[in-house]
Structure formats: C-alpha cells, structure tokens
Design a protein around this ligand. Sequence first.
Ligand code: FAD
Ligand code: NAP
Length: 582
Amino acid sequence: MDARTIDRGTRLAETGTSYDAIVVGAGFAGMYMLHRLRGIGFTAKVFEAGGGVGGTWYWNRYPGARCDVESMQYSFSFSEELDQEWSWSEKYSPQPEILAYADHIADRFDLRRDIVFDTRVTRATFDEKAKCWHIETDRGDKVSAKFCIMAVGCLSAPNRPRFEGIDDFKGPVYHTGEWPHEGVDFSGLRVGVIGTGSSAIQSIPVIAKQAAQLTVFQRTATWSVPAWNEALTAEYLKAAKAEYPALRAKARARPTGFYFPFNITPALDASPGERERLYEEAWARGGLPFLGAFGDLLFEKAANDTIADFARRKIRSIVKDPAVADLLCPDNVFGCKRLCVDTGYFETYNLPHVRLVDVSKKPIERFTVNGIVVDGIEYPVDAIVSATGFAAMTGAFDKIAITGRNGLTLAEKWRAGPRSYLGLASAGFPNLFTITGPGSPSVLASMIQAIEQHVDWLVDCLGHLRDIGASTIEARLEDEDAWVEHVNEVSKVSLRSTCSSWYVGTNIPGRPRVFMPYIGGFPIYVQKCNEVMSNGFDGFVLEGAAPTNIAPKVRYTERWRVPLDIEVISPAAVAAKRVPVV
Ligand code: FAD
Ligand code: NAP
C-alpha cells in the first residue's frame, strides 16, 4: 500500500444517510464531479472500488503505461492556477506521474474526505415514491441520494478471455488493466504477451528489455505511430504555460477536444509526391496527429489506402525479417481501431529473443502447465501478460444491478446495445447520469476534456433543478431514440465503423455490434448539449416543479461554447467529410 492509499479495511458500513448525490468512481470524472457538486453546495459521497484516486491510472500500472494525448492537454483545464502550478516532465507522461497528478488534484481540492475507497457499488435502485436512488455496496453500505452519477469509466472493466486450461498454468497471469502495485520483475523469465492493442504496444518494448524470452501472441496486427516522446524543458514549459489559455480554447474547438495541427485538404487531391512529403512530415511529428495529415483519411477508403500504404512501408523499413514484417502489417483500415502510439514497438521484433506468433487463423488453443498452445505447438512461458483490453463503455455498468422505473434494469434495456440520450441519461432511469456514457464523444475525444464538459453541463443542470424545485429529470424516450439513431447514422459516415473493435463492442464475444461513442465531433456535440440546456432541457422530462420561467444559470457550461466556425470544424467541413477524428 502506498502512502496515499487509505486503508478502509476496518471501516464500518454506512446506512441510512441521505445525500444530494452519490458518485460512483473516483477517476478524473468522479473527482471533478465531486469538486463541482461541492461548489454548488450539494452533499455528495463518492464510492471507489480501488484503494486510491485516479481510476485508469490507479489500475493500469503495467510497464510503459503512459498517455497518448500530450500531457499538456491530457489534464484538467478548469483551473488556470492548476495549469500554471503543475509541470509535466514529458511530452507523454508516464503512469506514475499521471497518478501523482490525480493525487495532487485530490489533495489540492481536499477531495478525499468525501471518497470511500476499496468499496464497490453493487446495486442502485430507483425509489419511485421517494424519488431517490438507494445505493448498496459490497461493504454493506446502504445510502440514498436524489441523484446517482455513474463515473465508472469507459475502459475500467478488464476483459479476461477464459482460455481453456487457464487454471492449469503454473505461473502468474497478469492483466495490464489490473497490474500489481509492487510491479513485476520479468528478469530472466520467458514471458508471453497476449494482444497487440495500445496496452501491449506500450508494454512489449519495456518487457523485452527485461525478459529472457518474449513471445507475443497476435490476433490482429495493429497500426502504430512513433510517439517521439521527449522530456519537456523548463524553457518549453514556460513558453507553453504563457499560451495555455489559448491552447485550451483551441482544443475545445477541435473534433477531438485536443489541439494539433492538421490539414483539411483531401489526400486524393494531392499528387503522390506531395502526399509522401506530408506523410513524412506527419510521421516525424508522430502520435495521434499523424491522422491529421489530410482531411479525408477516415472518410474515404481510397484516401485511407494511401496512408495505410505509407505506414506499411514504414513497418517494413523497421522490421528486418520480411516474414515478421508481413505479419506486423495490418490489412484493415488505417486508424479504424484506436490508433496506437509507441516507443520502439516495431524495433522490438528485431531482437533475437523476441518472437511473434500469429493467432489470427488458429486461435490460442489452450494454456498448459508450462505455456500456451497454438496450432498444436506449445510455447513455454514462465509468466503471461494478458493485454486483452476491456469490456469497453458498458462493462462497468454490467457489474452493477441498476433498476429504474417499473423494475426495468439497465442491463435489460441495454441488451441490444446501450441506449442513452446524449450519453448522459437513459429513459426509465430518472436522476441517473453517466459521465462520458455511450452516445457521447467520450473515447473519441481527449477524455479529460470530455469529462469536464459533461460534469460542467451536469452541475448547471442539477443547480437548475434545485432552483426550480424539480424532483426528477428523465430523458424522454422519443428524444433518446432519435439521438441513438443519429449516433448510428453518423458512425456510418466514418470508416471507423468498418472493422471489429471495442468501439463496436465486438472485442467481447456475444456482445451486440453497435458503434458506441458519438463520432460527430466534440464541438458539435457540445453545441447540442448547450442548445438542450438553453431550450429548457429539451428532450428531458422534468417533474415536480411549479411552472416557471427561470432560465438555467450557465455557471460552468459557458466555457465550452465555442464558435463553430473556428478553424476547420464548421458544419460545412463536417458535411464535406473533411474532419479527421482521431
Ligand atoms: P476511470 O479512470 O476508468 O475511473 C473509473 C473508476 O470507477 C475506476 O477507478 C473504477 O475502479 C471505479 N468504478 C467502476 N465501477 C465501480 C463500482 N461499481 N463501484 C465503485 N467504483 C467503481 N484517454 C485519453 O484521452 N488520453 C490518453 O492518453 C489515455 N490513455 C489511456 C491509457 C490507458 C492504459 C487506458 C486504459 C485508458 C486511457 N485513456 C486515455 C482513457 C482513460 O480511461 C480516460 O482518459 C480517463 O482516465 C477516464 O477517467 P474516468 O474517471 O472516466 O474513468
Ligand atoms: P485493446 O485495444 O482492446 O487490445 C486488446 C488486444 O488483445 C487486441 O490485440 C486483441 O486482438 C487481443 N485479444 C483480445 N482477446 C484475445 C484473445 N482471446 N486471443 C488473442 N488475442 C486477444 O485493449 P488495450 O490495448 O488495453 O487498449 C484499450 C484502449 O485503452 C485503447 O484503445 C486506448 O483507448 C486505451 N489505452 C490507451 C493507451 C495509451 O496509449 N495512452 C494505452 C493503453 C490503453 P483483436 O484486435 O484481434 O481483438
């Protein structure tokens, strides 16, 4: 247990208390929600399954873990003082530093006194008479609250495939999303890594430096761009901080919620020579902004083919063994799954003790006492790293028995795919909110910005409900249906909907195929949320309030209002399919 972790082992269960709001989860979403709720005078309590704050950064301690949105932007923007006082050490800071930042937030804003750690919410039930939520935890707590806010995370429910013989394996099996706090020493060991998504891409080069032998089991080859990570100098930080408010404003105007230079012109309008030049430049900048080389890369297959061809040539130029290079070259749309950002990933396969096993046609057969069997061949390993991802976007909800009006459970309602109005609320579940829920930009934006925008909107909404004395707010079914339909329609415009990925839920066998995040772009989504608020919460039903003309006080939402014609995110650019969405 580290110094920041509070031992709640002997805590007595809390029963009978009533709050204005219960928040589930103490990642960046839950922390900011608590801070803002206090700011409007609400009583609130946060339950967190982990032993500390930070969510993703508390759980994902695997070697090499770091952000893939630059740290100067992958951070809260709500406090200029905070922006000025915190200094990131690297362009893409490592997990311990991001966790330290989360701890700093908790201390600076005195959040811990209202967070209960090591406690998982198991049940949330709406009481139609009392118009409140009854919340139960695995530690025996039974409390109630007018509002229940799910800040449970989009990537917080690890996916652990039940490989045959998994319990026979004599060594440890680690999941990247639940990494031991004390770290793992792979020195001298034969290690098997399953998966080649972002977590694997980051951890493989680091594990390879320690392990005696590394075997990577790859089902789908992955697109990855070098991070070109670097230390941030004092001079850089000074200059960047002087421009911080302007950077934050520019970021809010971007489809991704973070700023990077991009070129709106279509790839297919450029000559082959010009394309090559711009791809080289973008590759040299590295990271997710590589997709900003042209405006139509995620909309036109022929345009995408040009960037895919360039990236395949890069892989072949790095990986010395042509057969291994072939295996590492993806054949799907470039950037269809979440693009990976790496440091020395492809180079790792040039090391003599690293081998790649293709499990695309012949899947992993089983684990044995000594290793992993594929196509009848046993690969002996001493330790296994399961970099197999998450039951994304809805997985954390599946683990809570959430019951709304008329006994309807969220699990039943979402069986054929999540249904939510704006990713914020679901009809039949009054006063229950989801931060970065399915149907909002969430994972397609820089998530801290997506979180802040949701929390700011929600806090203005909750303040208004109190001002007018409303007892409940609930998404109206017709508006929810229309929004779900819109989210679906918009997703078809993007090539992102063409492959199997966690965006569509198909990384988990048996899950319905639904494109879950809203891909229409962050500022356009924000504009919709703002319109909903200024039109008196259009699409929501408010009950219990006397008729009133009181307009919502826009305390926090204001800063998300950006002119839609800034740079390239105008509706015309969207209509012309020239908005890269990372
Ligand atoms: P989380 O951080 O997931 O926090 C949710 C919390 O809720 C968890 O602590 C969990 O324990 C708790 N919880 C869940 N269910 C319950 C329950 N029933 N009871 C009690 N507690 C519960 N996004 C980016 O934009 N840029 C990046 O660079 C980036 N890098 C990432 C790297 C990794 C390794 C991963 C996995 C994700 C990354 N993400 C990134 C996405 C990341 O999840 C978000 O940026 C952000 O941290 C999410 O914050 P959150 O508070 O919404 O959710
Ligand atoms: P992921 O992208 O879903 O990757 C999981 C990997 O495991 C995939 O390669 C998948 O193969 C493989 N896999 C799953 N089940 C398998 C099975 N039964 N047999 C063989 N292989 C199997 O998960 P992730 O890497 O943890 O990343 C999830 C998301 O978290 C990312 O997309 C990103 O948004 C975020 N993240 C970000 C960073 C960062 O750079 N900051 C780091 C980590 C995570 P298939 O592709 O064939 O399904």
